[in-house]
Design a protein around this ligand. Sequence first.
Ligand code: FAD
Length: 525
Amino acid sequence: MIAYIEPYFLDNESDAASVLNVTGKSSDGVSESLNIQGEILCGGAAADIAGKDFGGMNCVKPLAVVRPLGPEDIAGAVRAALSSDKLTVAARGNGHSINGQSMAEGGLVVDMRSTAENHFEVGFLAGDGGGGTAFVDVSGGALWENVLKRCVSEYGLAPRSWTDYLGLTVGGTLSNAGVSGQAFRYGPQTSNVTELDVVTGNGDVVTCSEMENSELFFSVLGGLGQFGIITRARVLLQQAPDMVRWIRIVYAEFDEFTRDAEWLVSQKDESSFDYVEGFVFVNGDDPVNGWPTVPLHPDQDFDPTRLPQSSGSVLYCLELALHYRDSDSNSSVDKRVERLIGRLRFDDGLRFEVDLPYVDFLLRVKRSEEIAKVNGTWETPHPWLNLFVSKRDIGDFEQKVFKELVKNGVGGPMLVYPLLRSRWDDRTSVVLPEGEIFYIVALLRFVPPGAKASSVDKLVAQNQEIVQWCVKNGIDFKLYLPHYKSREEWIRHFGNQWSRFVDRKAMFDPMAILSPGQKVFNRAL
Ligand code: FAD
């Protein structure tokens, strides 16, 4: 089937009709029609799919949503945009951005989920003699949770590096970084792919890797969708463990928390936990922000009498996990845990743990999603702020932000845990603070249903206040999942990597067709 777009335009959007039409001849220079095998949706149907995102603070009208069958359809959409004088193209993964990053006002949105099943093939890297590193080829539009389930159930294998929540697409997280508690060991997800198929902003379909078209490969990783649309990714795998011991330990003092966290992430492979994260919570009984958020099982209670007298307005929790196999004895697992945990200086009596299957552990945030859907906070706005802060400045940041600005909580998790720069590849488009150790900070704000728009505005303003405070005080930081309104801010964000980013744009998307919602470049006329 060749789907043409014009009939919808005539019904729905008069100015849209001037951009593309059935014969491809239009008043403003489009020379081809959208020659696409997949589906095309316009008007209200397009806005329903691609007019909003998880952030819930932006609302735009796309011209059309394209549901491609494969790379040729995506290239067709890009080429149609190239031959127009104003069309843009945004890949939309699962739309879990916060600030409209996967939107295209008046442009084409490529719904990558329609390609989710296009690839699923497990293989071994060449040169490994057959017994070496396994990989899986998956679609850029696949959800990580489905990649996990298939890899584990069909092969007993699993990707090595994750995000906390897996209702995200492969292409969406690879366009940012993809970070969770395994990243200290394996690096972000962008460090765990060896090959990509990409549709560039020139409309070319290109395979790239470290050895082949390497500039495109590294541009696209962490590239905010600016250089190409990922249609296939080759993701490194490991043997999937059967079980996980999931542990939380509590600290009253930030420097003890950071010292232990940094020690754990700096241990050699295999001599630490398999997952290290941390979060800040309110020292009080608030069910959303305080003590009750720490225990891992309904039978466990947080006993505040165990806290030292000196504890302040907020407390810190290290979250750890150890992988093991069904065949491992309980005592050997206990021994491995105690050997590590015995060196940590958390507050006695404030230790919580459960054993659970590996897949359940990785899908742990799905339960929070279900609860939020029931209580309505999944649909309300999410003015989230994510940053990377250097080890040098995390203490000052903690004093100002956690102890002062958000000391009453944000209605959701406040993550803070260390990562190692050497596990990131500086050839990708991601920018990081200086120094080997830096922290990811995530203020994952949830807003109760019925909250006034002005209260959301206040939260957005507080995010801006935090960023401004960092800038004014010379804090070495970078926004993760960045969102800026001005060119100057983007230049500051990329720092000495700005010219590389611009050069890459000129090479792979010279007309600035792709990912307009990031607001880094304007569509060239
Ligand atoms: P979208 O929001 O749809 O797209 C994001 C950007 O990537 C857009 O610019 C889009 O145009 C571009 N894009 C999408 N698909 C492609 C593609 N195939 N090729 C090229 N560009 C593409 N992040 C973490 O690192 N760790 C976490 O633990 C984590 N947890 C999260 C939990 C929740 C509940 C949410 C909502 C987000 C979380 N994130 C986390 C952030 C998440 O990684 C990003 O928001 C990511 O962009 C979302 O993926 P998506 O598939 O929904 O992408």
